[in-house]
Design a protein around this ligand. Structure first.
Ligand code: BES
Ligand code: ZN
Ligand code: ZN
Length: 492
């Protein structure tokens, strides 16, 4: 979809999108009345359209306007309006446009004045909502005609010269969609070597990419990653991507993602129901990979390191077993008590390595780590765990601004006792059914030394079961917009 601006909304197109707050006609709706014989007011009188959130009403122009049709989109109560309203409305509009085979669409949804946002922010939001909302995962369909329906051109009616704003929003949104693609590719194709190759492709944007295989990982003491991987026929990889250089003015920001290409649970095997969704357990890795893509395409003046350990968690005669003791990368011994708690194992090596090797100013990991985080927060918030109050606040703010919201859960030392092992330095899981998400984070904290660190548990947010708003069923791509926004705060 090509996105550009045009000064005149009354240009020829297949669909003109017009937004309205609840019971508040505006200049655009008045224009419809003048040009279309009160067609708009009549729809209001017939109670077919009031402007309620999510309401959609198609009007035919019968050749009286240069546009074939008009789509009215309800924006809800004026006082409740946020950029997220516009993001969702843009997504709803593009979905209707696509379904009705429109090729050229003009949008006027960015009505100013109540949201305290700038015109640039509103245009960014329209681009985000439209691209995220028009996503389809069709790589494996060979006979579906629906997939050929696609809006070719989205025109944002504005007097502003917005090329740069659009370009930037496109880069970020495309990276979020890249996360979705990676997450959605099934595990028979997306194995650790495939995921590493996907990272190697970033070299064309100037990213330095290093891939370590099994033999190197043995020398590097990645014993926890090797332990999880030993049940699978696919060899593990550890991938490091680097953008920019460290200097006095550009400290290092490091991101680490969980890259389990399939989580069967291992010997502590998962129930059959829903196991197919566990191709999504590589979402953390996909996010740091696509974050690196966006950072390099935007050429951000920062030193960024993105890394991910990747392997497959499978049961077999060579699989690791509950009760095994494993010496982690930082030499701490781990009593591994449930093979399904594999994410914390592979991350422990990676976090310890990245801190030692790069001494970052801040290190953030993203992982679909625990079902317990979904129990705690559901599907609308990523769990954040950190001892750094300022970092927590910054990420919460970035989350609110992008609507990729994060909610803080505690990481108090009082929880540490839950992970006391009878025979080793640390147990990999707790003993009860309480505080599972915190225990996961607490376990990871054993492998972080002095760096300011935050763990983001995206188990609930990385995957959508129902495809609401600008999501489709499958990977959501959350994390990229959040972290780009956070990094922008580091450029000031
Ligand atoms: N990948 C899962 C967590 C998960 C569950 C993500 C559902 C997304 C949706 C993780 O590896 C896991 O299995 N965690 C266990 C930990 C437990 C054994 C301590 C869990 O959450 O049950
Ligand atoms: Zn698991
Ligand atoms: Zn997992």
């Amino acid at each position: 979809m090509n996105i550009r601006t045009e000064k005149d909304e009354k240009a020829a197109c297949d669909l003109l999108v017009v937004g309205m707050f609840e019971n508040e006609p505006n200049a655009h709706t008045k224009m419809l009345d003048t040009e279309l014989n009160n067609e708009f007011s009549n729809a209001v009188k017939r109670k077919e359209f009031t402007g309620e959130t999510g309401q959609l009403k198609m009007i035919s122009t019968l050749g009286k306007l240069p546009s074939h049709k008009v789509l009215l989109v309800g924006l809800g109560k004026k006082d409740d309006y946020k950029l997220e309203t516009l993001r969702r409305a843009s997504s709803a509009a593009i979905k209707v446009a696509t379904a009705s085979s429109a090729k050229k669409v003009i949008t006027t949804l960015h009505i100013p004045n109540t949201d305290h946002a700038t015109e640039e922010q509103r245009i960014t939001t329209i681009v985000e909502g439209s691209l995220l909302g028009s996503y389809q995962f069709n790589q494996y369909r060979t006979q579906d005609k629906e997939k050929e329906k696609k809006v070719d051109e989205l025109i944002i009616a504005t007097k502003l010269n917005a090329e740069k704003v659009i370009k930037k929003a496109e880069i970020i949104a495309h990276s979020a969609l890249h996360v979705r693609d990676i997450v959605n590719v099934p595990a028979n194709i997306a194995n650790p070597a495939w995921l590493a190759d996907e990272a190697v492709k970033l070299k064309k944007h100037g990213v330095k990419v290093t891939v370590y295989g099994k033999e190197e990982l043995k020398k590097m003491h990645f014993n926890a990653l090797l332990a999880v991987a030993q049940g699978s026929a696919n060899e593990p990889k550890f991938v490091i991507m680097e953008h920019g250089k460290k200097s006095k003015d550009t400290p290092t920001y490091a991101f680490v993602g969980k890259g389990i290409t399939f989580d069967s649970g291992g010997l502590d095997i998962k129930p059959a129901k829903g196991m197919e969704d566990m191709k999504m357990d590589k979402a953390g890795a996909a996010t740091v990979l696509a974050l690196m893509e966006a950072v390099s395409k935007l050429n951000m003046p920062l030193h960024i390191v993105c890394a991910f350990p990747t392997c497959e968690n499978m049961p077999s005669g060579t699989a690791y077993r509950p009760g095994d003791v494993i010496v982690g990368h930082n030499k701490k011994t781990i009593e591994m008590m449930n093979t399904d708690a594999e994410g914390r194992m592979v991350l422990s090596d990676a976090l310890s390595y990245v801190e030692k090797e790069f001494a970052p100013k801040v290190m953030i990991d993203l992982a679909t780590l625990t079902g317990a985080c979904i129990v705690a927060l559901g599907y609308w918030a990523t769990g954040i765990f950190t001892k750094d109050d300022k970092l927590a606040e910054e990420l919460v703010v970035a989350g609110n601004e992008t609507s990729e919201r994060v909610w803080r859960l505690p990481l108090w030392d009082d929880y540490k006792d839950n992970l006391k092992s009878d025979i080793a330095d640390v147990r990999s899981i707790g003993r009860g059914y309480d505080s599972g998400a915190i225990e996961g984070a607490m376990f990871l904290s054993n492998f972080v030394d002095k760096v300011s660190w935050a763990h983001l548990d995206i188990a609930g947010t990385a995957w959508s079961n129902d495809g609401k708003h600008y999501f489709t069923k499958g990977g959501t791509g959350v994390g990229v917009r959040l972290l780009i926004r956070w990094l922008e705060g580091k450029m000031k």
